[in-house]
Design a protein around this ligand. Structure first.
Ligand code: ZN
Length: 457
């Protein structure tokens, strides 16, 4: 949020929420100095750990109720998968509201003030929280009725993600949740108002009334790619977290086993069939619904689709194979090879299969390097490096298997490096070839290859 209130600012100066120094990096991803190391040294768009999910507490309705109603609690909002943003603010677009007045917010390691008046000043909001927390507690079959927003508990911002509570404890107001003296944090929730136009209007009205520089045309649920990709690291991770769940919740209204209505339980983290019918035989009584009857998976869990995405190189690290999908012809964009994993495949096998199917090239030595959530709608990108031993056959490109690609080529890594570094005298610039966007894991993988070769590790 961009608005500062003088009173809050003076408080902020003595109550820092200190985040780790790593959060101040402004680039889209960070690399370790030790390039031989792998995944943990990368931080990609959508991938930052910004809350402790305390997933086990989702099942505790009393905790969820307290967390939802706490003064320090933060809320982000969605409509049809689109986040509520303030178009005018730069770098902190996401609208994050709090229950209480003058609650602190932390964006990219900086303390900023939220709205002077919190959502609990709206009697309607208190009622909405009452209804949802009761529905959540009772696993009410009516919890998804029209004009009820969907809530999702995202987690608590706590010391595990860098919040300094020793400083916050000096504060004289209720600035964070203390759950049983064991878990301390700033609770975060996402709220989907797709089916609740009244709540959507209420939230916008609250923002316009309490953010002094907010204009009606700027406070929107944005479907813009530019906004999703332009969010800062903290916001992009929050956005991705909520979006993946709400996409899943929004698409799953009925039980796959019996067709009955399903409801969200455990603060939005799971879906449960509402069919209570049972049938008895000689030995036992069972639910009619095969999903409810299952001994382990008697609820539905969110879906994440795993995708392997690979930068391909030769043993000498002098070349890389880049390919252009048919839908990227107009941009002339060459990228890494990618494809969905299939059931009962290892990452390594899926990577080899995808590369062979799409390019005809035979590779080996698959290494998993980094991963990235990709919330369009629910992918986990598993970034790998694959090596091809040139022998006159392995490296030969053949696009005739599944015909997904418009082109694939071996490029000299020195040309790719020049292109990335802005030196235009290279094979890519000569043909106006584009590489993937900075926020993508494909870009990070290509960058990794270039840097690794550059440093001769
Ligand atoms: Zn069912």
């Amino acid at each position: 949020m961009s608005v500062f209130f003088n009173r809050v600012r003076s408080q902020l100066s003595r109550i820092p929420i200190r985040l780790s120094s790593s959060t101040s990096n402004s680039s889209y991803f960070r690399m370790s100095q030790d390039l031989a190391l792998g995944a943990n040294n990368y931080e990609l768009h959508f991938g930052r750990e910004v809350v402790n999910r305390v997933s086990f507490l989702r099942e505790d309705p009393d905790f969820v109720t307290n967390a939802a109603k706490h003064l320090s609690t933060r809320f982000i909002f969605y409509e049809n998968g689109n986040p509520l943003v303030n178009k005018k603010t730069i770098g902190t677009n996401l609208v994050i509201l709090t229950n209480g007045d003058n609650q602190l917010q932390t964006v990219e390691g900086k303390d900023v003030a939220g709205t002077a008046k919190g959502l609990l000043n709206c009697p309607e909001w208190s009622k909405i929280l009452d209804v949802w927390t009761e529905d959540n507690k009772n696993q009410s079959p009516e919890s998804r009725d029209d004009n009820k927003p969907s809530f999702l508990f995202l987690g608590i911002k706590d010391e595990s993600v860098g919040v300094d509570f020793r400083a916050l404890k000096l504060y004289d107001e209720e600035t964070y949740l203390d759950h049983q003296g064991r878990y301390f944090g700033l609770p975060y929730f996402a709220v989907d108002v797709t089916n609740s136009p009244d709540v959507s209007a209420l939230i916008k009205k609250h923002v316009l009334a309490n953010l002094s520089d907010a204009q009606e045309e700027d406070i929107i649920f944005s479907h813009s790619w530019k906004h999703a990709m332009g969010l800062n690291h903290d916001e992009s991770a929050l956005f991705s977290h909520g979006k993946m769940y709400f996409d899943w919740l929004g698409r799953n209204k009925f039980c796959p086993g019996c067709g009955s209505k399903v409801i969200a339980i455990h603060a939005g983290g799971k879906l449960r069939c509402t069919n209570e019918a049972t049938e008895a035989n000689e030995d036992s009584t069972k639910y009619v619904c095969p999903v409810r009857n299952a001994t382990v998976s008697n609820v539905s869990f969110p879906r994440t689709d795993a995708v392997v995405i690979t930068a391909i190189t030769n043993r000498e690290r002098t070349k890389t194979l880049l390919s252009m999908g048919k839908r990227h012809i107009h941009k002339k964009m060459y990228s890494c090879t990618a494809g969905f994993m299939e059931p009962s495949e290892t990452v390594e096998v899926a990577t080899k299969r995808e590369i062979w199917e799409e390019t005809g090239v035979a590779c080996s030595d698959i290494q998993i390097l980094m991963t990235q959530p990709w919330p369009f709608p629910g992918n986990l990108m598993i970034g790998c490096i694959a090596t091809v031993d040139f022998n006159g056959e392995n490296e030969v490109i053949n696009l005739g298997h599944d015909r997904e690609l418009a082109d694939a080529r071996w490029f000299d890594i020195s040309d790719v490096r020049d292109h990335l570094n802005g030196n235009t005298n290279n094979a890519l610039d000569a043909e106006d070839i584009q590489l993937p966007s900075l926020v993508s894991i494909a870009h990070a993988l290509i960058r990794w290859l270039v840097e690794k070769t550059d440093t001769k590790l």
